[in-house]
Design a protein around this ligand. Structure first.
Ligand SMILES: C[S@@+](CC[C@H](N)C(=O)[O-])C[C@H]1O[C@@H](n2cnc3c(N)ncnc32)[C@H](O)[C@@H]1O
Length: 217
């Protein structure tokens, strides 16, 4: 199906067939096949989260082909987006760089938005971003130490909600993180296919000495 630039400027999530066709990369079939109702529902949960948060600024750690990014922007089509990834190979038959494909698609679909992606390793490199993001999505290294590192690194940039993907794998990192940040967040656990934890700031960012973002009009 031909897609015109700016087409998804609606706050609706597409039906299953259209989502497969327009959002998924055609060569992205290994190691996971995303063309299933279960994965579709997983990405609809991401969409629903963004519908609730209504973010102006989104930061994602772990972009890959940008499927979560698309879910968030379906819900918040005017939001700016920054994605970070160290460009692990896609494992499927696509020999390009998934992050760059994602960036191209996002810029095509949302020509008026600020869309940026950066190649960097969160465990080695310094961050090229500043300020607060209303929605921070953490979905990169799922090892205990790697996930804990990313939670600690990106929590100070979170002005509202941090969504931690693959909670089924990273639950112990989230628990350790929360032991240190007990009074700063309430936690919601969503039981989707891979599970998500939502860490919602309980104190306004001003109380942390950070500058809040301007609320949506
Ligand atoms: C599960 S995928 C992200 C999927 C994406 N959020 C989505 O919903 O489609 C994880 C990504 O994290 C990246 N990654 C893993 N460890 C990283 C690190 N230390 N720094 C930056 N990116 C990393 C990998 O290259 C991979 O593309």
């Amino acid at each position: 199906m031909a897609v015109t630039p700016g087409y998804p400027l609606t706050t609706l999530f597409p039906p299953f067939e259209r989502w497969c066709e327009e959002v998924l990369h055609p060569y992205d079939t290994q190691p996971w096949n995303f063309r299933t109702q279960a994965f579709y529902d997983e990405y609809r949960v991401k969409y629903a989260i963004a519908r609730l948060i209504r973010p102006n600024r989104i930061l994602e750690v772990g972009v890959r082909f940008g499927y979560s990014a698309r879910s968030f922007l379906f819900a918040a089509p005017k939001a700016s987006y920054v994605g970070i990834d160290f460009d692990e190979p896609s494992f499927g038959s696509y020999d390009g760089i998934p992050r760059l494909w994602a960036e191209q698609r996002l810029k095509f679909c949302y020509p008026d938005n600020t869309i940026q992606t950066f190649k960097l390793d969160t465990q080695k490199d310094s961050l090229p971003v500043a300020g607060l993001f209303d929605l921070v999505h953490v979905d990169a290294d799922h090892s205990y130490a790697g996930a804990l590192h990313d939670l600690q690194m990106f929590w100070p940039l979170c002005g509202n909600t941090m969504v931690v993907d693959d909670y089924v794998e990273v639950a112990s990192s989230v628990v350790t993180f929360l032991e240190k940040h007990l009074n700063e967040a309430v936690v919601l656990k969503l039981d989707s296919l891979r599970g998500s934890a939502l860490l919602i700031r309980t104190k306004s960012v001003g109380e942390h000495g950070l500058k809040p973002t301007k609320p949506r009009a």
